[in-house]
Design a binder for this molecule. Structure first.
Ligand code: CIZ
Ligand code: SF4
Length: 319
């Protein structure tokens, strides 16, 4: 491992590359990104950091839509991923053909899609949002009496509809990781730790969100652990987040929310199987990039410009 890390550090220098990692990747990958002057963050910040960094090459340790978003924002950079097989159940569950038909069937609706989608789905949308800013953008559209098509995460969509009262037609997608958090087992755990605050990512089912003391994106949940007075937090999101959350709140006790209620076994067990593909060996191989078809992200130029519009709309709104 030490050898692999040393080799990665050397390759980053030689190739003028910087490592950008998501909060859900394994702790050693996040630590390596920090040590080498890269960044660890959510999908929006990853893309922004990559765009603004002077390096010629970005190594995006995350899942495919994050690499695509980086390419859309930084077309002149080489975007490499540890593996192009790292995808996302939301992206997989929202193929462009059927999604486009759904949009065509409701031409009077504004199309708002989550960042966890392909470049083609983004290109079909009026707005792209991440979980940090989805609520504000839908509020803004609702204040203009817009009817909304929301895709692909139905849990996040329902949460936003409930908070804003907006008129939203939902695509029925879900994140296989967050969908597994269990309300019944969480209620039991809360009873054991009545002093703990519950932090929930809104890709979780409504029954779990209902038990939350704070609901938010990964960066918002880290902030909550840092600023809330509680000494203990029960956390319902991918367990990769514990690395940064513990750093931000070193004296707090963080425990994982249960994923297998009623004696059922979990499948993802609170760790995204695609995020887990971003190992040291894969990063090394990306940096070597012997075969670009294994690592390099390309986005067709017409598609890129169409996807850039709704992404820029979000970035301008956030600014
Ligand atoms: O669930 C994910 O994959 C998240 C939270 C992505 C992101 O950073 O927006
Ligand atoms: Fe997709 Fe869920 Fe994995 Fe995030 S954690 S990449 S939403 S499957």
């Amino acid at each position: 491992k030490a050898e692999s890390k040393a080799r990665i550090k050397q390759l980053l220098k030689v190739k003028d590359a910087v490592l950008v990692a998501h909060y859900y990747t394994d702790p050693e990958i996040q630590a390596l990104a920090e040590e080498t002057g890269g960044c660890v963050s959510d999908s929006l910040e990853m893309a922004r950091f990559g765009r603004d960094h002077p390096a010629k090459t970005l190594i995006v340790a995350g899942v495919k839509f994050m690499g695509e978003t980086s390419k859309i924002l930084s077309p002149d950079k080489t975007i490499l991923m540890p593996t192009l097989e790292a995808t996302c159940s939301l992206d997989l569950g929202c193929p462009i053909e059927t999604f486009s038909d759904f949009c065509d069937a409701h031409p009077d609706h504004t199309v708002v899609v989550y960042a966890n989608t392909s470049a083609a789905v983004k290109a079909r949308a009026d707005w792209v949002v991440t979980s940090s800013i989805a609520l504000e953008i839908v509020e803004h559209l609702d204040s203009q009496d817009k009817k909304i098509i929301w895709g692909p995460d139905r849990h996040l969509g329902s949460y936003i509809a409930k908070q804003t009262g907006a008129d939203m037609l939902m695509w029925q997608g879900e994140c296989i990781v967050h969908d597994e958090f269990q309300a019944k087992a969480l209620r039991e755990l809360k009873k054991l730790h009545p002093e703990a605050a519950v932090l929930v990512h809104p890709e979780s089912p409504a029954s779990v969100v209902d038990l939350a003391d704070a609901v938010g994106s990964t960066s918002q949940l880290i902030k909550a652990a840092q600023t809330m007075d509680n000494d203990m937090f029960i956390v319902a999101t991918d367990k990769g987040i514990f690395y940064k959350m513990q750093q931000a709140a070193p004296n707090k006790n963080l425990i994982a929310a249960p994923t297998g209620g009623n004696g059922a076994t979990c499948k993802s067990c609170a760790h995204c199987p695609w995020m887990a593909m971003n190992g040291l060996k894969a990063i090394e191989s990306a940096l070597e990039n012997k075969d670009s078809s294994d690592h390099e992200i390309f986005v067709d130029d017409t598609l890129r410009l169409d996807a850039l519009k709704p992404l820029d709309r979000m970035l301008d709104f956030a600014a």
